[in-house]
Design a protein around this ligand. Sequence first.
Ligand code: NAP
Length: 336
Amino acid sequence: MKICLMGLGSVGQGVARVFQMKRDEIKQEYGLDLDLVAALDRSGAAINPEGLDLKLLLETKKLTGKVSKYPEYGEEGVSGLEVLDRVEYDCLIEVTPTNIEDGEPALSHILKAMGDGKDVVTSNKGPLALKFSELARTARDNGVKFKYEASVGGAMPIINFAHETLSGCKIESIYGILNGTTNYILSRMAKEGSSYEQTLNEAQEMGIAETDPTQDVEGEDAACKVVILANSILKMDVTYADVEVKGISQITPESISLAKKEGYLIKLIGEVSPDSLEVSPRLVKEGSPFAVEGTLNVATLKTDLADEVTVVGKGAGSIETASAILSDVISIWKTK
Ligand SMILES: NC(=O)c1ccc[n+]([C@@H]2O[C@H](COP(=O)([O-])OP(=O)(O)OC[C@H]3O[C@@H](n4cnc5c(N)ncnc54)[C@H](OP(=O)(O)O)[C@@H]3O)[C@@H](O)[C@H]2O)c1
């Protein structure tokens, strides 16, 4: 399978590393050749129809910060859309940054690839949170596969799990911790009795929270995931604007300690049901499946037949997120 990798940041490099680690195993197990023919970042692209050398690609990015410096096959200043036009490939892996204003540049990349009859795998929440129905329709109209497991909960299995493992069940609602950064901050505040500001600073120093943490702490990231789950699993037709969102920046050590005295923790919860699309801090019982610490994500799916099923896993991380992308690529291959 010829693959075009759009974005070579944390997740993109994870994908390249995972391909490098698993290539032989996957060839042997599924007969699938993972052939990376193009990789892009903001500097341009590296393109080789015979397949890029993954070690050289990762080394070039690490040493120069620019994929366009890839020896012999690097091209400076070439755009994503241009590369998608020029290069022969089967599947686009779209891992550029999430943009919840207009979904770009990912939205254009994905629509272009689908329009050209290519399968798409993405971890990018922006286009999914803003234009889910358009993307699903475009994929259907062009007869291509569109997979996005990594966009919700990184390595926590939820979308394919609901569609495949729970395919006989109706999913009535989903309730979960869908953002690792806020869970880390709230867990530390509960443990240390520290203030929100102090804990956020510490999380930023450790690289867990972004320099601009707004998307995480104000609940926007979790709200994007609520939209994706609502559309994809509950078959609703909603967008980001339909979610009621409240973040964690107003949570005080006093409120956490008060909750603790009563046997509760405060967590940022995303709720997805036909009656409610909401992200807000809520009380969860200590010792319950929702009492997870650190950057873990957890979600309970309420079903008609299987009652409640709870999944838990690493919500972020380069290799962890790439694992979900690899699974999507393999699942596309299996249907060929
Ligand atoms: N990090 C995680 O653990 C995680 C987990 C789940 C989902 N996600 C989602 O996965 C996506 C990627 O995340 P990330 O952490 O890898 O982000 P990142 O580290 O910021 O990497 C983004 C990459 O996209 C490149 N890029 C930006 N604009 C581009 C353009 N117009 N054309 C081509 N490449 C472009 C960047 O180039 P430069 O290298 O030149 O800057 C960079 O290589 C995001 O949508 C994120 O929300 C991330």
